[in-house]
Design a protein around this ligand. Structure first.
Ligand SMILES: Nc1ncnc2c1ncn2[C@@H]1O[C@H](COP(=O)(O)OP(=O)(O)OP(=O)(O)O)[C@@H](O)[C@H]1O
Ligand SMILES: [Mg+2]
Length: 256
């Protein structure tokens, strides 16, 4: 669990990203505060996923990816040559739009991260699995079928299983890239409530193109448009008193 730290947990300075010759992100600078929910909003293809994939170095695997600028994680440049990328990915977890549980039991999906972290004793593993499933609000629903196949779960339950899996390694930051994109309204509300609960212990970065969802859930918000960060600030300000006309048009549904 992260300790309360002073200052931003992530600082992005003048970030530019290209795929080949195509510039996707243009001179982005902003800060993510610990134990807040920071929403990144904007229309399709504006670069939201590209941006958050920079935060746990997932773009390292993308051919033609090129960037300059600086991303500091707890004050340290995460793209420095000597950075332990595996450690970064452990500290900055990711949950995607489409839940994709591993092809093993519900229990093993959650135990996976703990095993990698070196926990092998059965009683310890049981405790970690139970805690993660309780935190993701799934324990009561899956306790009787822990050793069953995750395919029997609803999509929303599978998403909460993926969140439990991400929690097992005690990350500092959790990135949710459109986590409700495949979910019905009831399951969506569960994930929104869960995100609010998780904010007590983790920093959340929440990508969504659903404006009202960002307004409901987040503390801070950034509006991305065509690869530019048009405006960043408190969610209240972005949604009720934006400074840029494009932000105003977007949050009122007249743009994008
Ligand atoms: N691996 C890649 N190689 C080349 N271009 C890419 C790659 N991934 C994304 N792009 C392009 O980068 C731009 C930004 O894409 P990105 O997925 O970051 O947008 P997004 O805001 O997450 O969109 P959405 O809301 O649809 O998820 C798009 O034009 C996309 O086609
Ligand atoms: Mg995306």
């Amino acid at each position: 669990m992260q300790t309360k730290k002073k200052g931003p947990i992530l600082s992005i300075h003048n970030l530019n990203v290209w795929y080949g010759d195509n510039q996707i992100l243009d001179s982005l600078s902003f800060e993510v505060q610990p134990r807040q929910i920071t929403a990144l909003i904007g229309p399709a293809n504006c670069g939201k996923s590209t941006l958050v994939r920079c935060f746990n170095r997932l773009n390292d695997f993308t051919p033609n990816f090129r960037f300059n600028g600086e991303i500091l994680f707890n004050g340290k440049d995460m793209y420095k040559k000597k950075t332990d990328v595996t450690a970064i990915r452990k500290k900055i977890g990711m949950v995607f739009r489409k839940p994709e549980p591993f092809r093993c039991s519900i229990y093993e999906n959650v135990a996976y991260g703990a095993r990698i972290a070196g926990i092998n004793q059965a009683s310890q593993l049981d405790a970690v699995v139970q805690k993660s499933l309780q935190r993701s609000g799934l324990w009561d629903e899956v306790e009787p079928i822990l050793h069953g196949n995750p395919e029997q779960l609803s999509i929303g339950q599978q998403q909460r299983l993926c969140i439990a899996r991400a929690l097992t390694v005690e990350p500092e930051i959790l990135i949710f890239d459109e986590p409700c994109g495949e979910l019905d309204p009831i399951e969506t509300v569960k994930i929104e409530n869960l995100m609010r609960d998780l904010r007590n212990d983790f920093t959340l970065i929440f990508v969504t193109n659903k404006r009202r969802q960002a307004a409901r859930v987040s503390d801070s918000a950034g509006f991305l448009y065509c690869g530019e960060l048009i405006e960043f600030g408190s969610t209240e300000k972005i949604f009720t008193n934006p400074q840029d006309t494009r932000t105003e048009q977007y949050v009122t549904g007249r743009l994008g």
